[in-house]
Design a protein around this ligand. Structure first.
Ligand code: 5GP
Ligand code: MG
Length: 180
């Protein structure tokens, strides 16, 4: 699979070090709260699995699935819910966990949607944040890494459902998607 990648951005060690730092910050911030993590499928499942094992506080976990990308590498701008949360978050402290923030459309949508369930608070956490002007301005409370505007894969992130199993985060070679 390495021939599909033009560069490795973050290897396993760099990812684990950053995630353990994030987890200790979050554990501190939510010490006396009722933390519910909402993991956004599918791209964030690896991030979630690693992150929660560093937590030193109790945490509830739920999942949402939304779609906006399909098999392309650019956002369609339209978000639909494929799976909503199951647990009651009323009065709870919600942390949305996503793999990557690009345009900000998904995160804005998630905030607006989850607010309707009347949680006590909502914050956002993204492993990767693209540094570019966002279509929707949104505050990312916990950021793993800031990256340039490349299409990245691995560590849960896919291209056309492939590459999620790569243990590192890399840049997908343009020739892989240019002609599709
Ligand atoms: P946004 O709504 O902020 O434009 O995009 C958020 C979603 O688009 C992410 O959760 C992710 O699923 C997908 N996405 C955005 N940029 C990338 C990327 O570089 N690589 C991959 N694999 N997915 C991306
Ligand atoms: Mg996603």
């Amino acid at each position: 699979m390495k021939h599909s990648i033009s560069a490795i951005l973050f290897d396993e060690n760099e990812i684990q070090t950053r995630i353990s730092d994030l987890a200790s910050q979050i554990s501190k911030d939510y010490e006396s709260k009722n933390l519910v993590i909402i993991c956004i499928l599918k791209g964030s499942f690896v991030f979630l699995a690693d992150m929660i094992r560093w937590f030193t506080i109790p945490v509830k976990i739920d999942f949402m699935a939304i779609s906006s990308y399909g098999n392309r590498t650019e956002s369609s701008g339209e978000v639909t819910i494929k799976k909503d949360i199951d647990i009651d978050i009323k009065g709870k402290d919600v942390l949305i966990l996503d793999d990557i923030v690009d345009t900000g459309i998904s995160m804005t949508f998630l905030f607006d949607h989850l607010k309707k369930y009347r949680p006590n608070s909502i914050r956002s956490c993204a492993l990767l944040v693209k540094q570019k002007p966002r279509l929707r301005e949104i505050k990312i409370d916990y950021k793993g890494f800031e990256i340039e505007d490349d299409f990245v894969i691995g560590y849960g992130l896919d291209y056309a459902e492939k590459f999620r199993n790569l243990p590192y985060i890399g840049i997908l070679k343009e020739e892989i998607y240019r002609n599709e």
